[in-house]
Write a protein of this length. Structure first.
Length: 327
């Protein structure tokens, strides 16, 4: 997975700055730099995980790729088409190929619609099937995600959290997409249900040849699921590489700090290992630090970190990092 030809999604210099307005005339006085210059590819049939603390820009990135937000700057190329230049009907025609699974199944499902209607809605919107064919497709989708097709006339509140998330997955699959953004799909679920949903996503990927952008802050689950991992901080990607390399040999101090906070099942190893405790709070995205955005909390920062923004470089094969001191 190294050539441009294999990339399904290419993100180039992607930025999203939300304006800050004040006063009666609502003049812009600044901007929140939610996403600030991202560059990465997502290859066909792979799972790229996007990890980081809450508020670092993970969900915004997912929505920018799907054009639910329009980027301030940059390009998103999907299957050779620059989505940032599409609007109206041309963009609508691309929608079936890329879908999203939302974080909170309770909030993302209409409580006034039956499960069958929720799953069938994308089919109706894009005019892909009607009548008996639509009903048959809904039953197929519910069965594919492990739900009883005879429950199609029930409402979302009659299902558990895990079952509601399966309904959201069925809706995302309705149009046979190639690419799905999974926006923290297990965050609102009990631990016992999380593994079931992740296993379902992996099975569907194998059967249907799906490509995932898996957004999460759960590093243990990411290690189990992802082919490659991108670590994000304050709107920028700090490190990107194969999952085994990022977990086995993390190059960036921020990645090292995050991994040191993940519990180890072995109590002896857990008691002996050293933890990296980060001082201070995450800076304000409206006024990020000069140079390296992580320098205000970095345990190894030097004067150069305040003066120069680190270059995004490939330190090992397929393993990229933005840090002056990474070796």
């Amino acid at each position: 997975m190294t050539t441009e030809a294999e990339a399904l999604v290419q993100v180039e210099n992607l930025r999203m700055h939300f304006p800050i307005v004040q006063g009666i005339l609502r003049r812009q006085v600044g901007a929140i730099k939610a996403v600030d210059g991202l560059n990465f590819d997502i290859f066909k049939r792979e799972t790229l995980a996007l990890a980081g603390e809450s508020g670092c820009g993970k969900s915004t990135t997912g929505r920018l790729i799907l054009q639910l937000y329009r980027a301030t700057e940059g390009r998103v190329v999907f299957a050779g088409q620059d989505l940032t230049k599409l609007s109206g009907e041309p963009l609508r025609r691309m929608r079936p190929r890329m879908q999203m699974i939302f974080q909170d199944p309770q909030a993302s499902l209409n409580p006034r619609m039956t499960v069958g209607s929720i799953v069938a809605e994308p089919l109706q919107e894009h005019g892909l099937s009607g009548g008996q064919t639509k009903q048959q497709r809904v039953e197929e989708l519910l069965d594919a995600v492990g739900l009883n097709p005879s429950h199609a006339n029930r409402y979302p509140h009659e299902f558990s959290g895990g079952q509601r998330q399966r309904i959201g997955i069925a809706r995302a699959l309705a149009l046979n997409p190639e690419f799905i953004v999974c926006d923290e799909p297990i965050a609102a679920l009990d631990v016992s249900i999380q593994a079931q949903v992740v296993n379902l996503l992996e099975d569907l990927q194998d059967k249907l040849g799906l490509t995932y952008l898996f957004i999460s802050h759960d590093l243990s689950m990411i290690r189990h699921m992802a082919d490659r991992v991108a670590i994000m901080y304050l709107g920028k990607i700090m490190e990107l590489g194969p999952s085994d390399k990022v977990y086995g040999e993390p190059l960036h101090p921020y990645t090292q700090a995050l991994l040191s906070a993940v519990p180890i099942p072995n109590p002896v190893q857990e008691a002996e290992r050293r933890r990296t405790i980060l001082s201070g709070d995450v800076p304000n995205a409206a006024n990020p630090p000069s140079g390296c955005p992580f320098r205000t909390r970095c345990p190894i920062a030097v004067a150069r970190c305040a003066d120069e923004e680190p270059e995004w470089r490939e330190l090992r094969t397929g393993h990229h990092v933005a840090c002056h001191l990474a070796e």
